[in-house]
Design a protein around this ligand. Sequence first.
Ligand code: URA
Length: 434
Amino acid sequence: MDARAILRRKRDGAELTDAEIEAFLAGYVAGEVPDYVASALLAVIFVRGMSARELEAWTRAMLASGRRFRFDGLGRPAADKHSTGGVGDKVSLPLAPAVAACGVAVPMISGRGLGHTGGTLDKLESIPGLRTDLAPERFQRLVAEVGFAMAGQTADLVPADRKLYALRDATGLVESIPLVASSILSKKLAEGIDALVLDVKYGSGAFFPDPERGAELARTMIGLARGMGLSALALQTAMDRPLGRAVGNALEVRESIECLRGGGPDDLRELVCALGGAMLAAVGAEPDGEAGALRIGRALDDGSALERFGRMVAAQGGDARAVEEPARLPAAPECEVVAAPADGRLGWRDVSELGRAVVALGGGRRRLEDAVDPAVGVVLLSGSGAEVARGAPLLELHHRAGRGLAEARERIGRALAIGPAPELGPLILARVEG
Ligand code: URA
């Protein structure tokens, strides 16, 4: 295999063969193709894109680099949801136990915070003692026993993605539709699920803010999933404002627990029901998404989703008492209340700046090796679109000894747009079937 010859062919506009793609990725994972050659190929793919056939071969080769779970012996279907990421997006926390309580297994492999967005693993790890670094056998057993498990990628789960993702992150090559689609789908295919529901965000807090680009990403992922035998659909949902009221790890766990108790913010509950309902319908557990959403709503109201969540927390080593008594979750020692700078309605100029404000407080990473403070974050005291009065309390900054506070205030100022009529898109913009 001549990696540079493959790189040159792609550079000059040729369509790579399956054999070339397999050889290149196998060589890269084995350490025979150096990072600088791989990053050059990624840059060419970033600019030129990939044909549908190349993308499928690339994803298959990534998948072949590691192990694949199987849940076909469980006697119930398995499904998962994946979000392209956002600010305050804690949907997975109430959704996975609610879907499990409705009889569908959820083997959820999640990620950490990336850029201005939060990550499910960081949120979960704010529960004292909870571990997300589960060995594959334990993960498989918990899915069978509890109905769901929430873990991080292990060394043998799509190692090609671990290497490629780190390289893309380091070289500014993240926002490419074929590279994002193959990265996400390779991991979801390795979960051994029967159906996948994608939550593709749009708006200023999303990685692809433009709804058209988001729809293209959704169609690409759905086509790729189906080509590889996985049923998939997508909902395009709002990230032109934060989801719910809390942004920051433990603060979001608290809000998720409120949702699991049948309460919490309306937008969070609506998305959990819509996405969870789509999962139930996709595996035939409910006739359609509407019936599925009603069933998820019942699991949130009758305590069955909360009970599952508590079981998962205990099984993954966490303090399950924190589920009953959220006061046991980490809390920041100090809280500053920010007043509304003007009369008007609460709107958003740039939601990603709100995410960066939380990173500044210590709630996210600037570098891979940074530690995350589970307690800090922002709580909105009014919902997006609500009337606010100049000088009235607008939001809380939960901080530790003033760390990052000045930067957070500044970024919040850039995030907000208080005016007569904020332009807020629909919470669920579209359903994309392919
Ligand atoms: N999440 C992933 O897992 N991969 C990407 O490329 C982007 C988001």
